[in-house]
Design a protein around this ligand. Sequence first.
Ligand code: IPE
Ligand code: IPE
Ligand code: MG
Length: 246
Amino acid sequence: MSLKSNIRKSDLPKHIAIIMDGNGRWAKQQGLRRVLGHQNGTKAVRETMEGAAELGVKHLTLYAFSTENWKRPKLEIDTLMKLLVSSLKKELSTLVKNNIRLSAIGNLQALPPKANKELHEVMDKTATHTGLTLTLALSYGAREEIVKAVKDISEKVKNNIISLENLDETIINEHLYTQNLPEVDLLIRTSGECRVSNFLLWQIAYAELYFTPVLWPEFNKEDLFKAIVNYQQRERRFGKTSEQLQ
Ligand code: IPE
Ligand code: IPE
Ligand code: MG
């Protein structure tokens, strides 16, 4: 029986974020080139977004390319960017079928023009969808995001648009790429690595963290459901005592 029936609909994470890791190691295990690991990773993306949409999760954010990933060999970067364009073209029908809205966070201007253009086309075409919001983190780094926010806020303070006395968490939130997203409830990382790798540092302040050894190309709906079942077994106290929550 699917784990899906064990999930309480009343207590779904509103926002799930995933660090999709392990494509390279999966390819190596299969005796394939790294590129084929990335290619097979796109199947896991489809599985995951369909699984999330099926359950009624509102926000899914996927870490697809970090600011640090620009340091990889040029050939791998080029392949990843081409794969992004072809996947966007190919998956548009999946987004339409499942009423999914595509969004993106990160320094999108750093992407090759072709990738940036395709991304914006698919975002425009899905802008009115009301189901799951799928956000791709592309050329995303949390530190870069924070530096940008500090610069933008400083500029506004200098020009008397924001007063220093009023500066608070809400204002900081409004200057992050994720301004329209709720806080992350559940952060999943695949491939057994237990680190955050510069992903959503501010936004995961109270997220539940879930690490699985499954390599990303093998991650499927059942793995997503398993993570959510695990999430629902936890007590989120937000600093309070257990008794206070009763
Ligand atoms: C994740 O898989 C995809 C990206 C970071 C773009 P990796 O390519 O990091 O795979 P491993 O970690 O080398 O196995
Ligand atoms: C994190 O994975 C980035 C993405 C999944 C896009 P990496 O494979 O780049 O992370 P590190 O370098 O091993 O921490
Ligand atoms: Mg990796």
